[in-house]
Every structure is written in C-alpha cells, then in structure tokens.
Design a binder for this molecule. Structure first.
Ligand code: GLY
Length: 552
C-alpha cells in the first residue's frame, strides 16, 4: 500500500465510451455532451447536474461529493474534494440539548443540519481545469430537465414517502417535491423553474452565480430565517481541494480510490491489506466471507477512531496504510470464530441511506468515478425560497457526540468532531481498478455500507467477473458497531447464515436490498467496453460509439 499518483504505463484508447448512472435522463445527458465533443469530465458535469434535477433525494447542487479523475493524456489521477464544510458558527455541541443529549432531529432536518455545499464549486472546477466544453454547454441538459420536468417513478415515490412527514414542515419545499397535495404521485411531472434559474446563473457566472449575488443572498436569508447559521462569508470561503487518491495493491489489482475526508480508501486499504494475509482462493466461500467480515470489522473500528478531515486532524496514515499494521490486525483473526467487537482494542475517547454514484469512460480513456450526496434522502428537506436548491444534511456525518451513532449507526470520536470549516467524514468511495489489461470504474451510494459494497464489487472484479456481476453481487456488511453482520434481503442463504452463526457472528437481515452501483469495465486486451447499472435501482448503463475525430 502506498500513496502515489502515477498510473500504469500508456494504454490504447477504448473503442467505445460508456456511462452508467442512477437515472436514464442523467446517462443521456452525459451521452449528449460526449456526442457534442466533450470529454469524460464535461460529461461528468452533465451527469452530476442532471442527477441533481431528477434524483433530488440523492445528490444535488445543495450537496457535495467526490469526483475521482483519471486523465488519459498523462495518467494524472486526482480526486476533486467537493465535500461540504461546516459553517464558521458550527460548534462541537450544536446538536446536544442542555443535558448533553444528542437531538437527532436537529442534525437531520432543516437548515441547521446543512453544511456549505461543495458540488457547484466542484462542477466549476471540473469545467475550468479538465473539461473541453464551456460550463454553459455542459449544464444545458440539466437546465432543460429542470425546466421541462421529469416523471415520478417508483424510487422517487418511495423516497418522497419516506421523507414526507419531515418535508411538510417546509411547505414551499414540499410544494416542489411533493406537489400541492403533499403526495408525489407516480406519473406526476416535477418541474423546478427556480433550480433551472440557479443552474443558469452558475453556468453564466461560475461560482459567483451560486455562492454570491442573488442566489447567495437568498440561500443565506432562507437558512437564517429557519434556524440555520450560515453567513455570506461561509459561502465566499468555500473552495474545493484536489487530493491525492489512495492507491492499494491487492492481488495484482491497482485500486485507486478516495482519500480522507472519505474514509473509504483508508478503510479499504486496511481491509485489503488484511485480506492479503490470507489465501482466500484456497478457502471455502463461507470461510472467505467470514474473513472478509473480520477485515471489515477491524477497518471500520479504525475508521471510528482515526478518520476525519485531513485539513483539521492528524491522521496516522502511514500506520493505517502499512502492511505491517495489517499483519498485526490479521494476527488475531480466527478462521473459525468471530471476534467480538468489544474484544478489539478499545477506542480512545479523549473527550443511507442515500447519495448517488456514476461512472464515465470516454474514447480517449479519460475516466470519472463520482459519488455525490445530500446525505439522507432529500437532505435537510429544505429549499431556501427562490433558489430551488435542496440543502444537504451532511452535518449528521460528523460525530455529534463521541461514540453516539449517526443516522447510519456509525460512531466516531474527536477526529470527526464538529468544528468550523471542517468537512464531515464520508464513506463515499469512488474507485478505479487496473490490472494491466482490465480497467474498472465503480462506486455506489449507501451510507456506511458504501465501503463494504465497493469491497464486494472489487472482490468480484478480482474473480474475473464483469460489471453485470459486480452490481448484482449479494451484499453483507460489518461496521464494528453495532457488532452484527448486516446483509441485504436474501443476501445470504440459510446455509450461509447457519455457517456464520456457528462461527459466532450475530446476523441481521435488512428488510430490503440496498445499494445502487453503476460500473464500467474496459477490457484493453479485447478492446471491449461494458457497463452495468444496479438492478436494485432504476439507473441505466450505455456503451456507445463516439469518434475521436468528432471531438474538439
Ligand atoms: N453522506 C454519506 C457519506 O458521505 O458517507
């Protein structure tokens, strides 16, 4: 395991382009931009902005996220960190009551739960530094979608029902997403003229069109009128950061993935370094699953103790990423028995459900893996009047009180405590995979389970399977606390469950499936591109011809 930016040696260009995202309209928006001569980075702007319109429960310009990039011309790899930041007035105890008890409602609903959005600055940065087209051209499909509207389908319907009671507290927000009768009916058309206007201002003026001027003013006025603490200075101060990806070498696969403030890369590095201490290929599937669970348990334990915003806390990266440390952690894994989480070294306490992912490959070989979020479905369920911008509730990703679980049951300590200007720790894990003749692009939403889902996808890639298989793979998860193996509905057979129980694992079957992975595979040796969207969602994957000559 090492931190590095050099990609594998020069490679041929893919014969076709591919886009896989959580919504057919977003996949089409990206294709339109590639066909207009844009590159993968321009297409990523179009897909992200379209998702902001048609999948408001998952991500949006009121949220943030990570764009992992690979530029084919020079192998440059970077992650644009467009994660939200806590406002300057945020305090460590802002979600505790007078008795010091955590008040979940405050960190989940309404603008007090919202951090300063990063996605608009991320889109501008992508266009300015990596795109070929103007931001205006790349945002055009999303502006059209917001103006003309989109049709409510089953997933939207389910998410809207889930957040309905919280949203109706803000009638003007509910009017946008639930309609006048507070029920988003299947087949109803949702139009967002205010969002179209905000996107247009962003397209014409760049960051100033969102963070300042009319929209900046309305954002601050709306937030402060409903108990929020943002100031214009918070908006003025927001900046994206380019960060060096985490690179993991596992079984001949070069995994390029998200560094802090995502916990994904470091947790996966630790887990895969632990797995490297075992001969998984020689094990029965049940034993292998048990070992993967034990690796997850240990990686999520360290996530809770050490990880946070690298601009605010010292993360012992060298230790967490070292093979020697993984050997030490692997040392007490029993082949036959689960390790109770409480038997692991205690954490030193000194004091999604939703999100979206999409993958893009262009015919030059440029790649984007982007995972974006407003956190909980429909974020803070609050839109400042006249902006169309649905705000995130990403503040809940901080640990509001040491070892008190957040909405995903994740615990943490000081490293992820709230502080002004700090980015909340994330689990979003956009990832590239390379073996020398295969390139993979993948990621998924899913809160704390993102990391385990991406791990399971990578293990399936390692088995030589294609994206259709990665996105279908049955999902199981361990996050240290609670000390249980969660698995999706039908994710483990009765025999597999029995085997894990006999090894001492406590099991909990989810009442439904989870995750929404969108993945691309480029088989360089065969000159073949394939892509797949998770059958659990309503997304679409498209592989199509775009001639390089057509590109500007
Ligand atoms: N809001 C989900 C995450 O960042 O992990």
């Amino acid at each position: 395991m090492q931190m590095a930016v050099a990609a594998l040696g020069s490679v041929p260009a893919p014969p076709q382009a591919a886009i896989a995202s959580a919504h057919p309209a977003a996949t089409s928006a990206g294709r339109e931009i590639l066909e207009a001569g844009g590159n993968a980075f321009d297409a990523a702007i179009a897909v992200a902005a379209a998702l902001a319109v048609v999948e408001p429960y998952s991500s949006g310009i009121g949220g943030g996220g990570f764009f992992l990039l690979h530029r084919a011309a020079d192998g440059h790899e970077t992650m644009i960190d467009a994660r939200e930041k806590a406002p300057a007035a945020a305090t460590v105890d802002m979600y505790l009551d007078e008795r010091g008890e955590f008040v979940r409602e405050r960190s989940l609903n309404g603008p007090l739960s919202s951090a300063i959005p990063g996605t608009p600055a991320g889109l501008v940065h992508l266009a300015d530094h990596y795109g070929r087209l103007s931001l205006k051209e790349s945002l055009e499909p999303a502006i059209r979608l917001a103006t003309n509207g989109f049709i409510v389908k089953a997933r939207y319907h389910r998410m809207a029902r889930f957040r309905q009671s919280a949203m109706v507290v803000y009638p003007s927000t509910a009017a946008i997403f639930l309609g006048d009768d507070n029920h988003a009916e299947l087949g109803e058309v949702i139009k967002q003229p205010d969002l179209a206007n905000t996107l247009r201002l962003l397209a014409e003026q760049g960051t100033a069109g969102f963070y300042r001027g009319e929209i900046g003013y309305r954002l601050i006025a709306g937030v402060r009128a409903h108990g929020g603490i943002w100031t214009q200075k918070d908006l003025n101060d927001y900046e994206v950061v380019e960060r060096e990806p985490v690179i993991i070498n596992y079984g001949g696969i070069r995994i390029v993935t998200a560094p802090p403030p995502s916990s994904g890369g470091v947790a996966m590095a630790e887990a895969f370094n632990i797995l490297s201490q075992f001969d998984l290929g020689a094990m029965t599937p049940n034993t292998r699953r048990h070992i993967v669970i034990e690796a997850m348990r240990r990686a999520y334990r360290d996530r809770a103790e050490y990880l946070g915003d690298p601009d605010h806390v010292e993360i012992p990266l060298a230790q967490l990423l070292s093979v020697d440390y993984a050997k030490f952690l692997a040392g007490d894994i029993s082949i036959d028995h689960a390790t109770p989480s409480e038997a692991l070294r205690p954490i030193g306490v000194s004091k999604g459900e939703d999100t979206t992912h999409f993958s893009v490959l262009d015919t030059q070989g440029n790649r984007v893996a982007a995972t974006l979020s407003v956190n909980y479905p429909f974020g803070a369920v609050f839109v400042p009047d006249g902006t169309g911008v649905l705000l995130n509730n990403e503040m809940d990703d901080f640990s509001a009180r040491p070892m008190t679980p957040n909405a995903y049951g994740l615990v943490g300590v000081d490293a992820n405590a709230i502080a002004p200007g700090k980015r909340p720790l994330s689990s979003m894990t956009p990832t590239f995979l390379e073996t020398g003749n295969r390139v993979g692009i993948l990621g998924t939403p899913g809160g704390s389970r993102i990391i385990s889902m991406v791990m399971i996808g990578i293990l399936d890639f390692a088995s030589g399977n294609k994206p259709e298989s990665w996105v279908r793979a049955k999902r199981y998860h361990h996050q240290y606390l609670p000390d249980e193996v969660q698995f999706e509905l039908g994710g483990l057979t009765k025999d597999e469950q029995l085997d894990l129980r006999q090894r001492g694992h406590r099991l909990r079957e989810n009442n439904r499936n989870y995750g929404n992975m969108h993945a691309i595979l480029w088989r360089q040796s065969k000159g073949e591109v394939s892509a797949a969207s998770d059958p659990r969602g309503e997304g679409s994957a498209d592989v199509f011809d775009v001639s390089i000559a057509h590109q500007r």
